[in-house]
Design a binder for this molecule. Structure first.
Ligand SMILES: *Cc1c(COP(=O)(O)O)cnc(C)c1O
Length: 494
């Protein structure tokens, strides 16, 4: 597999890199990202044949078609980590909600959010590459709540890796924060910052190019990588579950070979939706990808008006914090796939300097052939959560936004909703929805309240958090991020 740069080449970095190289050093020329040069195409009967494959075998087949430069034995070990999911034979079960509506449940991994789907195998592969090269890597992660726990879990005590995880103070749920600040690995550091997720992400992007920080790392023989969805090593695993969900529909007889489906995706940084777009490009029969957002509806605006405008926008806190984002990193890879590197660079530079870019009518029409988008407010999400809970199916606040996007469906086709988190990560919102009261309770009270009301079990990994010792108490101002991280990294590992 060869990857190229979304903003073109600066004459210093290599023009083309392998998969392993893109994973180890994910930042490309001019602040761009790496994206595939070519995509393998599925033959017409691929999906029918794939009905006999396990999730792991399907993933391996897709990775082989991309010809990734990682030994099959290492890939197999990495995919073996799906064995720790709720059902080792089916890490991403598909549930039928009604005649045309299905849910692809992507949250059955160790940290109860869909980030595990990609980060579990990714962590193993990155650690393998570092060990093989006898190099030590620092993984910087900025999180709005779910990337952090999933990154810490996958790298915990993994050889040749140090992790520094930034989270916005007050921008995550209690459960998410506890998953991070109680994370036990010797090689993990966790830092709360005063600011929102965009601030955390900006701090991370700044560090990736900060001369003083890079100099410190060079001094201490540490190399830098990233586990955010700017890293293509995550995106590749996010192509697979969309294909798997389609194949399950086929296998269960809900669709016939070649039939198109809608994919509905609660979106923030756009990694999940980009994976769907790549799958469509490779030949997955997708009528449209429907993007669901909360009131931070920058993606709705992009896909309905062709304008990406953050000039007069403040980030709003919602009950779906993983989607509280204004600068959605993976849109860049979509622009690149549709319009090429020269134009992507123009657009991204306009966003950086003028905080706005505008697509032509033709470009917008092209995007609209593949995407629809809409958003809902917290009241809609909560009412939806309550209505479905009463019908016997529990949704988290992110997944609930997908039900708004079903209004964009115009053809009588099946619609697969991506469910991105378990309710246990957002219990206060669900409990207040069930009680039809604006009052929110602490996570622990809400978890027990929901568990009693709906007769569902709280997984041990969540219940145990409340008595686990806090190992990472630090919260810092944005100005102090770099120096604090340098101090943390200077500590010797036990
Ligand atoms: C990360 C996340 C999202 C957004 O996914 P992107 O790939 O960043 O668009 C949605 N829901 C939940 C629960 C998440 O953790």
């Amino acid at each position: 597999m060869k990857l190229i740069e979304t903003r073109g080449n600066d004459g210093i970095k290599p023009t083309v890199v392998d998969f392993s190289q893109a994973i180890l050093s994910p930042s490309a020329s001019f602040g761009g990202l790496y994206a595939p040069q070519d995509f393998p195409a599925f033959e017409a009967d691929f999906f029918t044949k794939a009905t006999t494959l396990s999730y792991q075998a399907l993933t391996l087949e897709i990775l082989k078609r991309f010809a990734v430069d990682i030994p099959v034995s290492v890939l197999e070990e990495a995919l073996g980590l799906y064995g720790a999911f709720d059902d080792p034979n089916n890490p991403a079960p598909l549930t039928k909600l009604d005649e045309n509506l299905f849910v692809s449940e992507l949250y059955h991994g160790p940290t109860r959010a869909f980030k595990d789907m990609a980060l579990q195998p990714f962590g193993h592969i990155l650690s393998h590459l570092a060990k093989e090269r006898n190099e030590n890597y620092v993984i910087l992660a900025a999180t709005s709540g779910d990337t952090g726990p999933a990154t810490l879990d996958t790298f915990s005590d993994k050889p040749n890796i140090r992790v520094v995880c930034l989270y916005p103070q007050g921008g995550t749920s209690d459960v998410q924060r506890l998953q991070m600040v109680t994370a036990p690995g010797q090689n993990l550091s966790v830092l709360g910052i005063k600011g929102n997720f965009d601030d955390a992400q900006r701090a991370l992007k700044h560090l990736l190019t900060s001369p003083s920080f890079l100099e410190h790392l060079a001094h201490t023989n540490l190399k830098l990588s990233a586990a955010n969805s700017v890293n293509f090593g995550r995106i590749i695993f996010q192509i697979v579950y969309h294909i798997f969900a389609y194949v399950q529909l086929l296998k269960q007889g809900h669709i016939s070979a070649g039939e198109s489906v809608y994919l509905t995706i609660p979106s923030g940084n756009f990694g999940n939706a980009l994976g769907a777009f790549y799958a469509k490009k490779m030949g997955l029969p997708v009528e449209k990808i429907l993007i669901a957002s909360n009131i931070n509806n920058i993606l709705t605006e992009l896909f309905t008006t062709g304008v990406y405008d953050v000039r007069d926008r403040a980030l709003l806190q919602t009950t779906s914090p993983a989607m509280d984002i204004l600068v959605s990193s993976n849109v860049e890879r979509l622009l690149f796939a549709c319009f090429g590197s020269a134009h992507t660079r123009e657009l991204m530079e306009a966003l950086q300097t003028q905080h706005v870019y505008t697509l032509t009518a033709q470009e917008l029409a092209f995007l609209q052939e593949h995407f629809g988008a809409t958003y809902c407010d917290d009241a809609f999400a909560k009412e939806t959560m309550r209505a479905y809970a009463l019908k016997g199916y529990i949704l988290d606040p992110h997944t609930a936004t997908c039900l708004k996007a079903t209004s964009l469906v115009t053809k009588p086709l099946k619609n697969i909703l991506c469910s991105t988190a378990e309710w246990t990560k957002f219990a206060p919102t669900l409990f207040s929805a069930l009680q039809q009261s604006p009052r929110t309770h602490p996570d622990k009270v809400a978890l027990e309240g929901v568990s009693n009301a709906l007769h569902v079990r709280i997984p041990r990994s969540i219940g145990d958090l409340f008595s686990a010792p806090v190992l990472h108490p630090n919260v810092v101002d944005q100005e102090a991020i770099e120096s604090t991280i340098i101090a943390l990294l200077s500590k010797e590992l036990a």
